[in-house]
Ligand binder design. Structure first.
Ligand code: ATP
Ligand code: MG
Length: 362
């Protein structure tokens, strides 16, 4: 199947700044694809090159298999939803949604039908005669979405569309967006710097770092098997422990840190004898559970942070100078360990990933 969007070795330079550096990827039809990365890594630029608001300096952008080199934005089968929704304040919800179809001079009956369907899809049928100022942030966001979807684009481009919403609403809209995407089957290309947002909604995520794609995979693969040190530290919460690399093969390494020796899987070949092990907070067991794990040690509690569903312990490994943060689920049945206490901690080898010191991607 021809991918809906394809980038082939695309670069973009602003002045002498390389904003997008030789990226290649393809977005399968009907999928939810996210570009995830920190501020300034080139996400919006990549989206704008897809929509035709920006032109690559090198490489090709294809939509549905067709080279977009000479195709202006208005002639592309894409539509964009922005962070600032820019609804027309003097128009009703229905008029806002109808606007693009009016511009296209569609027949009145068709406009009414399509606007009705779009409002139904985003759950705003009852709000069609309201003005934007009579809506909440989340409702305005839905209007913006309906306005983009009503045009039936092949690819919907969304640039941090939930950025202005509060956390609770954002999480609600994430599920809603995913539902809508499934229901209409439109390809979504979604830009965000919020990792949990990308993990929640995407079929595939491209993690961007300084204009390049560090890793492109499913949310779970990116979370469990980060390809670079940057990905390991950007996605989720991980301890980054300096280690000595004792031995390594194509698939794993034996490392040593603070008197502990253990095996870790690797996603890239290691070079040199210094490295970093990334170990997720929530993959470390504490107390009696630690005994069943492959790697075991004692650690002293330095700080305890209670956050409702979980308890975070800031710890120091016994005998070494290694800090370890552990996130334990809080089930309400046992009381937390206290500061100063020495407790067993442990993890399975597969909970960690090792990277070379020399790897210069962070
Ligand atoms: N028109 C422009 N002229 C000069 N530099 C630009 C222009 N547009 C973007 N840049 C630079 O290119 C880099 C990438 O910008 P881009 O907007 O793609 O980042 P982003 O990943 O979307 O970041 P954010 O999360 O902050 O929106 C930034 O360093 C930015 O300053
Ligand atoms: Mg941006």
């Amino acid at each position: 199947m021809t991918p809906d969007v394809e980038f082939r070795s695309v670069s973009k330079v602003f002045g002498d700044f390389l904003a997008v550096d030789d990226i290649s990827f393809s977005v399968p039809q009907g999928s939810f694809f996210s570009l995830l990365g920190p501020s300034g890594c080139g996400k919006t630029t990549t989206l704008r090159m897809t929509s035709g608001f920006e032109w690559p300096d090198r490489g090709e952008v294809l939509i549905a298999g067709r080279d977009m080199q000479n195709v202006p934005a208005y002639a592309r089968s894409t539509n964009m939803v922005f962070q600032r929704w820019a609804l027309f304040p003097h128009m009703t919800v229905a008029q806002n949604v109808a606007f693009g179809l009016e511009v296209d001079r569609r027949p009145r009956a068709e406009i009414n039908k399509r606007v009705g369907e779009a409002l139904e899809l985003v759950g705003l049928s009852e709000f069609s005669t309201r003005k934007p100022r009579q809506l909440s942030g989340g409702q305005m966001q839905r209007v913006a979405l309906a306005r983009a979807l009503v045009k039936q684009p092949k690819v919907l481009l969304l640039d941090e569309p939930l950025g202005a919403l509060d956390l609770k609403l954002r999480m609600q809209m994430q599920l809603e967006l995913k539902r809508i995407q499934r229901e209409v089957g439109t390809t979504f290309m979604y830009v965000t710097h919020d990792q949990s947002e990308a993990l929640t909604m995407s079929d595939r995520i491209a993690v961007m770092n300084k204009g390049r794609i560090d890793q492109l995979d499913t949310p779970q693969a990116i979370y469990d098997r980060p390809a670079t040190r940057f990905v390991a530290s950007f996605i989720g919460n991980a301890n980054l422990i300096p280690v000595e690399i004792l031995e390594s093969s194509d698939t794993d390494a034996k490392v040593s840190a603070g008197g502990l020796q253990f095996n870790v899987p690797i996603t890239q070949r290691l070079t040199g004898n210094g490295g970093i092990v990334s170990l997720r907070f929530e993959r470390i067991r504490i107390g009696p559970d630690a005994k069943k794990q492959q790697v075991k040690a004692d650690a002293t509690v330095r700080d305890v942070i209670f956050s409702g569903s979980s308890i975070t312990y800031v710890m120091k490994l016994a005998g070494g100078d290694i800090d370890l943060t552990v996130e334990a689920p809080h089930d309400g049945t046992s009381s937390p360990y206290s500061v100063g206490e020495t407790v067993a901690v442990g993890w399975d080898g597969s909970a960690a990933t090792a990277f070379s010191d020399e790897q210069n991607d962070g």
